[in-house]
Design a protein around this ligand. Structure first.
Ligand code: CDP
Ligand code: MG
Length: 799
């Protein structure tokens, strides 16, 4: 039986394609048919000659039986008292009323687009309708439905919800998979995963063998991964005519998607929401008896200025948005029961408001308020709390990022506070600089936020900005593919063998600027991932195996080659999670001082390594939390680093760079100069020169001129940096250009490690490096460089 099960798993995928011809699976008589005369009983199975025809019939028989079992199980649940109750609940959702129309459309069309208001039951119901109808049609064992979510937290929470609606535990017919975590069993037929996970599967399985339905959720968000996935799926559809693609959107602008897929059918699920009373800032001020100051223009500080002026008592405020929201929470009149959902810009605002409210509780009593946060990087245990209803007399307040706009629905929300902003990445292609700024949201987002108040009863929404600001909002947000650097995307295109990068991206729903594409290709050439002809180099191929940005992948690979993996694993993991060094607003100096105890060597990256190693030692004595508390470190990030290290290590073991039998990473003792060189190798060409004057030093990059360090960088506290260069992880334009996480490196490190080891493009790198050296006028090192380049030129010519 064990053997059979394995064969079943393997052949199941193969057969599911064959058997999903639209006439349906073989009927009951098929399983008893004995056309080849070879299969009569299960016992007979083991004696059969291994002819393909007979094993195919065996497999079909097994799958048929399995499908019957699944149907019986589903029917039993639906007829049980709990199942009936659950069904009743589900029937009340608007999506349920469209069930038949949806299923008919999906069976008749290869692509269907479904739009419907948030909370109408798209995510939890539609994948389930498909699963149920497949199981009812006795195709349960051969169907395989994948539903992608833009965020980990929604994949996890939705799968749990759907499993419970089916009276099952996670990992039975419903599962999920996100990076580092997953719950999926042999019988999982409906898998919720992040878009990134599906893209990684496409790397090894171009045709999505065995998958019967792909559902791409939240397409209205226009995330880069989703836009990319749509191009890939559009190409895949003709190769897999029986595959069904369902796109789901929370807004009505489905025309764009429909015409992209050759006038695909659109189905709209009419939603129902209770009326929501809307207040803009002027109304809030009126309610609270504040005098209104005329205000007509959008500016970043307008909100704060207006609020301050109207109270005629300006206070010194540190986090503007947290202060505005705090005041509003105290001023607004929340009549009757119901949770309050507050939209903030990001984790730092949420934290800062949380601190304010701890110091100065609402209602004067913290036991009457349940304060929760909801953002993308929270732990799974925290997530569940936001869905629970609080005890009587306790007010639940959820401080959320725009994640609660459409992907997460909290049932008992009656009041919404909308700060009007969201952190948005943008990309300045001309200066090749990414920016991350809280910016005003779009009209559609504001409407979504408002809608969250009217789900269970009439609600109220307080927009904490004036109506004239709302009127000037853009209709929709710019798609991510048009506002972020494209390096990882370009590498993915190459690794999926999708041909010319610019030709491929020109087929996107909305194509990115040519300059942005060229910058990304240029970067990939500089770091040695692509050769002159835009083909993947060996390094590039290795980089695609690692689910991190190319620069971090490079560090891992060279760390493995140079036998100093342990600290490199920590650095790369640390850069992939939320900054573990916390800087609370009111304890900024203390926090920065705590960070500098970890630094003796002008490197944020090495400070991270020390902090992690200290934590690891403390953890052994169960003192990890204390250690984090004392040192202003995030225990959550430390734990995430710990598990990422393991993940990256096992991925590296899958490559041939780390001995497959190794169980420990390289020794803990390491040469710091070597690590510095590895960091330089990874971060190049993120380099800036250190120019000393009498008192301090200036930093300059070739593209931006003078740049600044984030105040929490260990280098920002140094009076002098005895090195000529800093390599940095990231530069972001806020008002000036700021560098985040930097490490000082010497001339020779830059010379030897600033570039790539890849032969084909070595010449190009040296030319580029030469440009840097010349630009910053380092004659001695430039001479050495020319000498080296001369030798290398010769070497390249002779080879
Ligand atoms: O995807 P869409 O926004 O259309 O709605 P959904 O996420 O499928 O949610 C449908 C209903 O299920 C809502 O009433 C949610 O409150 C409820 N739900 C829940 O109770 N718990 C979850 N983890 C997810 C959804
Ligand atoms: Mg949804």
């Amino acid at each position: 039986l064990g053997l059979l099960r394995r064969v079943e798993g393997y052949l199941g995928e193969f057969l599911s394609q064959k058997s999903r011809t639209r006439e349906g699976l073989p009927d009951a008589s098929f399983s008893r048919s004995n056309s080849s005369g070879s299969i009569a009983t299960d016992e007979g199975l083991f004696e059969q000659p291994e002819s393909l025809a007979s094993s195919k019939v065996v497999m079909e028989k097994i799958l048929w039986r399995r499908s019957l079992q699944l149907r019986d199980k589903q029917q039993a649940w639906q007829e049980s008292p709990e199942g009936r109750k659950m069904l009743e609940l589900r029937r009340s959702l608007p999506a349920y009323k469209e069930k038949d129309a949806l299923l008919t459309a999906i069976s008749r069309n290869q692509v269907v687009i479904i739009s419907g208001e948030t909370g109408c039951g798209k995510t939890t119901q539609i994948p389930q309708f498909i699963l149920e109808s497949e199981i009812e049609a006795v195709r349960g064992a051969v169907c395989s439905i994948i539903c992608t979510q833009p965020r980990r937290i929604s994949a996890m929470s939705v799968s749990e919800r759907v499993a419970s609606e089916r009276g099952e535990k996670l990992g039975e017919s419903v599962g999920y998979k996100v990076r580092l975590e997953g719950m999926k069993g042999r019988d999982t037929r409906l898998l919720f995963c992040t878009t990134g996970i599906l893209l990684r599967r496409l790397l090894v399985d171009r045709n999505l063998k065995g998958v019967t339905h792909v559902i791409v959720d939240e397409i209205h968000e226009r995330g880069m991964n989703e836009d990319f996935l749509l191009i890939v799926l559009k190409d895949l559809l003709p190769r897999r005519p029986e595959l069904r693609l369902i796109l789901m959107s929370a807004t009505l602008d489905s025309e764009l998607f429909s015409s992209y897929f050759g006038r695909a059918q659109i189905i709209h699920v009419p939603g129902f929401t209770y009326p929501v009373r809307t207040h803009f800032l002027e109304d809030v001020l009126e309610i609270t008896g504040c005098r209104l100051t005329p205000y007509n223009q959008i500016d970043d500080y307008g909100q704060e200025k207006m609020w301050k002026m109207s109270k005629q008592a300006p206070r010194k405020r540190k986090s503007q948005i947290a202060s505005v929201v705090e005041d509003a929470l105290k001023a607004a009149d929340f009549n009757g029961p119901g949770a309050i959902l507050v939209f903030m810009t990001g984790w730092d605002d949420i934290n800062s408001l949380k601190e304010k409210l701890h110091a100065n509780p609402l209602l004067g009593d913290s036991s009457r308020v349940l304060l929760l946060a909801c953002h993308g990087s929270m732990a799974s245990s925290e997530q569940r709390l936001i869905f629970d209803e609080p005890e009587d007399g306790v007010r639940k307040i959820v401080l959320a990022t725009n994640i609660a706009e459409t992907s997460i629905t909290i049932n008992d929300v009656v009041f919404v506070l909308d700060c009007g902003k969201a952190k948005e990445t943008s990309y300045d292609a001309l200066n090749n600089t990414p920016c991350l700024l809280p910016s005003w949201i779009s009209k559609v987002s504001a409407q979504q936020r408002r809608g969250r108040a009217g789900r269970v009863q009439p609600g109220e929404c307080y927009h904490l900005y004036p109506r004239c600001v709302y009127d000037a909002f853009a209709e929709y947000q710019l798609p991510e593919i048009l506002r972020t650097p494209l390096q990882s995307l370009c590498l993915q295109i190459k690794s999926l063998n999708l041909g010319s990068i610019s030709e491929f991206l020109s087929r996107a729903l909305q194509s990115p600027e040519l300059l942005a594409v060229q910058n990304a290709i240029e970067y990939l050439k500089i770091i040695g991932a692509l050769d002159e002809n835009e083909n993947l180099t060996v390094l590039g191929r290795y980089l695609t195996m690692l689910p991190v940005e190319p620069k971090l992948g490079k560090m891992l690979l060279v760390g493995a080659i140079l036998n100093c993996l342990d600290p490199v694993l920590t650095i790369v993991s640390g850069l992939s999670v939320r900054d573990p060094f916390l800087t609370p607003f009111d304890k900024k100096d203390l926090a920065e001082a705590a960070k500098s105890q970890f630094s003796r060597d002008y490197s944020d990256h090495l400070a991270l390594v020390r902090a992690y190693e200290g934590w690891k030692v403390a953890e052994r004595d169960f003192a990890g939390y204390d250690y984090c508390w004392k040192n202003f470190l995030s225990a959550q990030s430390m734990k995430a680093i710990d598990s990422l290290r393991k993940e990256f290590f096992s991925l590296l073991r899958d490559t041939d760079l780390v001995d497959a039998n190794t169980t420990t990473h390289n020794a803990w003792s390491y040469d710091e100069h070597l690590i510095r060189a590895v960091i330089c190798y990874g971060l190049y060409p993120g380099i800036c020169s250190v120019v000393h004057n009498e008192k301090s030093f200036l930093l300059k990059t070739m593209e931006d001129g003078q740049v600044l360090l984030y105040s929490n960088s260990v280098n920002a506290r140094e009076p002098k940096i005895p090195y000529p260069w800093l390599v940095f992880n990231e530069k972001i334009k806020v008002n000036s250009v700021f560098l985040r996480d930097s490490t000082a490196v010497s001339d020779s490190m830059l010379l030897l490690f600033g570039g790539s080891f890849s032969k084909g493009t070595l010449d190009g790198h040296l030319t580029m490096l030469g440009g840097y050296l010349e630009f910053f006028m380092k004659p001695a090192i430039a001479e050495l460089y020319l000498c080296l380049k001369g030798e290398l030129d010769e070497l390249i010519q002779t080879k």
